[in-house]
Write a protein that binds this ligand. Structure first.
Ligand code: PLP
Length: 634
């Protein structure tokens, strides 16, 4: 199995070996409660104080407070609660306070969500106002200048988690000079990547998160400037000088301490120049692999560890799947659901076109990455590009899905002709890429029958014929030879008199059918297979292959994912992407089908479950799938 190259450092990081050892050591030998007065407690307390002192030095906290907590989301809550309580008190005393809660439009959701939450809970009714950013992702300081006199709290981030764009904190600080507004700076993505000397700035609150810099999840820090108001979020035993109650996460503190020690002593983390060189090398291989790629934030002014890009004609899900197949873990630059990629609010705020915002990919590596990892990543990225180019031209049926609906392509590679049935706007880029070099004979609608070339009886696609049939209720259906019918939203009952029971129905509704059905199956109204035996784990797969040496392993990922990956485990597999399954079905279901066991697999187990379910609904009992997908096998 391909070794994993983890390039999603902005989401979270692996734990540094020294941090892992420090955590284990703390649990094994320093398990005392730092509040206890006996020797075990004192030992734990000394460890904790040592880490705090180191953090203070590194962050230049001066006389400010630095408390440990569970992470940045907690730090953000606490900072916002503190500022809002202080604003409420000022108001109660009749002192002037602003009426705006200003936050950068590209902040992590923890910031605007917490602002809205605490503003509502405290009944303050302050206006929550986004501060726009420019096309490069930088805050609009002219707008901030206008808002500053009315601002009660300003929240900006040091560096953006999606794009790596570095904020002009000096510029923001200068604009806020003289304003009474509190200033929160989310420093999560800056730790270990940007120099921070907090007490020398006007910043009031700065949250940090350990798991973004090689410490485990569940440990964070909050800096509060000397003299800035503070209200605890957690009350109880009075730990952290009463600022944050709850017994301290000593394993996390010890691990964070090891990371901070590595930062302070040098040698573990790459220099800025080295990281810039890494980024340039990764960017070059991306350009080579993915022609037309656009980077969504200028490299100048962004963390060198973050690359955010979009590729025309490829969705973020397709790119993620491709990279994942090659063992490279990256993430969508936007929130992504299975059916539809939601555009990124960060890229939207930068004014980027919708296609870039909804198809963005973020590749981010940590500052401790080594040259060998970058070289391996570059090699695999180039391999991904080759896999994309090597994917065979579509031949036969292709099913594309967006927003719960299917679009179908009927392609003939030999004559380079195709027809598109029920094209959807959201899929235009994808369709364009797939049928590049093909003559599109028709773009047909099952709803209104539009698109049929005038005077034609049938459309010839190589040796196959596509015909038009009127279905009940004004709908149109298209019949490909006698094997497949494209039936849009027509019900099986409407089609009963038109089609033979074995004709495969390629519907437009993804809710109705993940792949395709037939009149016989649809009219029998069988619920999807609930047979537990359809799901194989690793052991069941091995047993099945031993009992049935003729079993066929079928990779239902896209052809480029298949080409980019090493399926591992020494088994040979054929590639039948789920999107092409409808075209393959007649061969498996027909009278010549050998009825040998079929084991479908994919990355996560979703596509393979659909394929096995489809076969079983058609009565093919020997269909199985690898539950949990290859992700759980690695
Ligand atoms: N702020 C930024 C910029 C982040 O990237 C994240 C993590 O995604 C957070 C806040 C939340 O951090 P945590 O996971 O420690 O709660």
């Amino acid at each position: 199995m391909t070794t994993e190259l983890y390039l999603d450092g902005n989401a979270t990081s692996a734990v540094l070996p020294a941090a892992l050892h420090a955590a284990i050591d703390a649990m094994a030998h320093c398990y005392g409660n730092p509040s206890s007065t006996h020797a075990a407690g004192l030992k734990a307390k000394a460890l904790m104080l040592g880490v705090r002192e180191r953090a203070r030095r590194l962050l230049g906290t001066g006389d400010g407070r630095l408390m440990f907590n569970s992470g940045a989301t907690e730090g953000i809550q606490t900072a916002i609660l503190s500022a809002l309580c202080a604003i409420r008190d000022r108001r109660a005393q009749g002192l002037p306070t602003g009426e705006l809660l200003v936050y950068g439009a590209t902040e992590h959701k923890a910031v605007p969500e917490s602002l809205a939450h605490w503003n509502r809970l405290l009944g303050l009714n302050l206006a929550v106002q986004a501060l726009p950013v420019d096309g490069n992702g930088r805050h609009d300081l002219a707008v901030l200048r206008e808002l500053a006199p009315r601002a009660a709290l300003v929240c900006t981030m040091a560096a953006n988690n999606e794009t790596g764009v570095i904020s002009d904190l000096d510029g923001i600080g200068a604009v806020l000079e003289g304003s009474a507004a509190f200033w929160l700076v989310d420093c999560v993505q800056a730790l270990g990547k940007l120099p921070l000397q907090l007490a020398g700035t006007r910043i009031d609150y700065a949250p940090f998160s350990g798991h973004k810099l090689y410490a485990p999840k569940g440990i964070g820090m909050l800096y509060v400037r000397a003299g800035t108001p503070f209200t605890p979020l957690m009350m109880g035993g009075g730990q952290e000088a009463g600022l944050r109650s709850g017994t301290e996460n000593m394993a996390g503190i010890a691990a964070l301490g090891a990371v901070l020690q590595a930062l302070e002593e040098g040698g573990t983390f790459r220099t800025h120049a080295e990281l810039v060189d890494f980024r340039d090398r990764v960017a070059d291989s991306l350009r080579q692999a993915l022609p037309g790629i656009v980077f969504n934030a200028p490299f100048d002014g962004a963390l060198p560890t973050t690359l955010n890009f979009s590729v025309p004609g490829l969705s973020s899900k397709e790119l993620l799947d491709l990279f994942d197949a090659a063992g490279i873990r990256v993430s969508a630059g936007s929130a992504c659901s299975a059916a539809k990629a939601a555009p990124s609010y960060v890229l939207d705020a930068m004014g980027l076109p919708e296609w870039r915002s909804s198809s963005a990919v973020r590749l981010s590596f940590g500052p401790a990455t080594d040259a060998a990892t970058i070289a391996a990543a570059c090699e695999r990225i180039v391999h991904c590009g080759a896999a994309l180019r090597a994917a065979p031209k579509p031949d036969g049926l292709v099913q594309l899905t967006a927003g719960g609906a299917h679009t179908w392509l009927v392609c003939d590679a030999a004559s380079a002709t195709c027809a598109v049935i029920d094209p959807q706007a959201a899929l235009e880029n994808r369709i364009g890429t797939l049928v590049q070099g093909y003559r599109v004979l028709a773009r047909l609608s099952t709803r209104d029958g539009s698109g049929w070339p005038e005077g034609e009886e049938a459309l010839a696609l190589g040796g196959r014929q596509l015909r038009r049939l009127a279905a009940a209720g004004g709908a149109t259906c298209y019949l490909l030879d006698d094997t497949h019918a494209f039936t849009g939203h027509a019900s099986a009952a409407d089609l009963a008199t038109l089609l033979s029971p074995e004709t495969l129905l390629c519907t437009a509704s993804a809710q109705q059918d993940a792949c395709c059905t037939s009149l016989r199956v649809a009219l029998a109204q069988r619920t999807p297979s609930l047979d537990a035996e359809v799901n194989l784990d690793g052991a069941a797969l091995a047993a099945l292959l031993e009992a049935h040496p003729d079993a066929l392993l079928v990779d239902v990922r896209e052809a480029h994912e298949h080409a980019a990956s090493d399926t591992g485990a020494g088994y040979a597999a054929i590639s039948v992407p789920l999107s092409r399954l409808a075209g393959q079905l007649p061969r498996w279901l027909g009278p010549d089908g050998a009825r040998r066991p079929l084991v479908f697999f994919c990355r996560s187990g979703n596509r393979s479950a659909s394929a096995a379910d489809c076969l079983r609904r058609h009565g093919y009992r020997q269909a199985y799938h690898l539950a949990g997908g290859m992700a759980l096998r690695g």
